[in-house]
Design a protein around this ligand. Structure first.
Ligand code: EPZ
Length: 407
């Protein structure tokens, strides 16, 4: 697929039930390699990232079966293999191969991990956790020569490093304690899955305690995707319409809903359904992306489109200080901004149609939102980046009235 052609400018209205969360499904799929048994994982979104993840785990001998949105992973006959560099370079979540392969084989090659390229994405915290648990690096290989439980104190909350520490510690006999961990809902979802595999894990505000065991196959139902939900809420607002979403716990979107209220939108939450609408010009607002439960960094490109449609504002990002490269593409739709280190200023903007290349997954969604908000024909190139994270994107957009063509 070369591009998405958008005929924008009409208010989008309707309801979207979100899919399983990409960032929750991915660590769970890789963690299933740490078991000797069959895992059953429901509500796995069928998106490029999960397809690549399933190919990567198949390369290590896991038999994978997808039945609707349920995936079965049989990891009883694994064999060590060097994962295909091309697949590894496609998704950031291939970093989870490290924890999973160390658990399954006691070794894992150092690899060039891929994923959205919006900022430097180091792996020092992952490696630190592996060293604490008894690994060392020899040549281009991480080797778990001396597995032992440990106290791991992260100096920065990292989703990926926390997940990897949990995956490896869960299969090592004894009690490990992880401090300075990330607390995103996908970490809680991974903890639940590892518990179903036999690990005993206690979650406290300041630490995770893991009593590692020999792991058996587990079960999970992936939580709903809060980033997908926030993206569609933002889309409805920017087009002057009203989109409601359901399928993910509303409390996970508290910070996003607070942000929408601060720009002057009316937000309504009824049971698991959220909807929002902006009447009038809205208010100048500022928002700071930071680790959960604060405003999620993955929704800050969406926040930029909302601020531009309202009365402007300031976005700070404490997770990825320079995650503002996408604003360059949004300027092609008339979105006015000024980028600084750690924050950007967004000005109220009259959107017009344009052509853009999706810079990354969420930046690409922000381009699509601008295109749908601008009256006239726009084109988004590199749409495959969007398909990495939004299941049934075309179908969902059409059902809220979008005039779009994929091809
Ligand atoms: C996860 O990336 C998500 N990806 C990202 O979502 C998300 O933006 C990010 O968490 C933050 O919420 C997946 O779950 C697959 P981090 P991850 O480690 O784990 C620093 C999306 O659009 N850090 O939590 O790679 C890092 O530089 C994607 O869906 C180190 O310094 O992010 C950043 O400042 C994009 N050393 C902070 O920690 C390390 O070893 C948080 O990053 C690791 C991270």
């Amino acid at each position: 697929m070369e591009k998405i052609t958008v005929n924008g400018g009409r208010p989008l209205m309707g309801h979207i039930s979100v899919s399983g969360s990409k960032n929750a499904a991915l660590p769970i799929l890789f963690a299933s390699l740490a078991a000797r048994g069959v895992s059953k994982i429901k509500r796995v979104p069928d998106i490029t990232d999960t397809r690549v993840a399933l190919k990567l785990i198949s390369e290590l001998g896991a038999s994978v079966l997808r039945d609707g949105d349920t995936v079965y992973v049989d990891s009883r006959r694994l064999f060590f293999n060097t994962p295909s560099p091309l697949l590894v370079s496609k998704i950031r979540a291939s970093t989870y191969l490290m924890g999973a392969m160390l658990s399954a084989f006691g070794r894992c090659p150092l690899m060039d991990f891929g994923g959205c390229n919006f900022a430097a994405r180091p792996t020092d915290l992952h490696l630190y956790a592996f060293m604490r648990l008894g690994a060392e690096i020899k040549d281009d290989m991480i080797i778990l020569n001396n597995p032992h439980p440990a106290e791991i104190c992260f100096k920065k909350a990292s989703v990926g490093a926390t997940a990897n520490a949990l995956i490896l510690a869960s299969g090592i006999d004894g009690k490990s304690v992880i401090r300075g961990h990330a607390s995103e809902p996908h970490i809680t979802a991974l903890v639940d899955f590892l518990r179903s595999m036999g690990a005993e894990i206690t979650m406290n505000e300041d630490s995770l305690t893991v009593i590692g065991k020999e792991l058996h196959g587990g079960t999970a139902e992936v939580i709903g995707d809060m980033i997908e939900a926030g993206s569609y809420l933002g889309l409805g607002l920017v087009t002057g319409g009203q989109v409601s979403v359901s399928g993910c716990p509303t409390e996970q979107l508290s910070a996003f809903c607070d942000f929408l209220s601060s720009v002057g939108a009316s937000v309504s939450i009824e049971s698991d359904k959220i909807s929002c609408r902006l009447e009038g010009e809205g208010k100048f607002a500022s928002v700071t992306a930071a680790p959960y439960p604060a405003f999620p960094t993955d929704l800050q490109p969406i926040a930029a489109t909302v601020l531009a449609a309202a009365s402007g504002g300031i976005i700070y990002d404490e997770v990825f200080a320079d995650r503002f490269g996408y604003l360059n593409e949004l300027s092609g739709f008339g979105l006015k901004s000024e980028v600084h280190h750690g924050y950007s200023e967004i000005f109220p903007s009259e959107l017009y149609p344009g052509d853009a290349k999706a810079p990354d997954l969420r930046g690409g969604m922000a381009c699509l939102i601008c295109a749908l908000g601008a009256r006239g024909e726009s084109r988004i190139y590199s749409p495959e980046l969007l398909l990495r994270g939004y299941e049934d994107l075309e179908k969902k957009l059409r059902c809220i009235g979008a005039n779009i063509k994929f091809g």
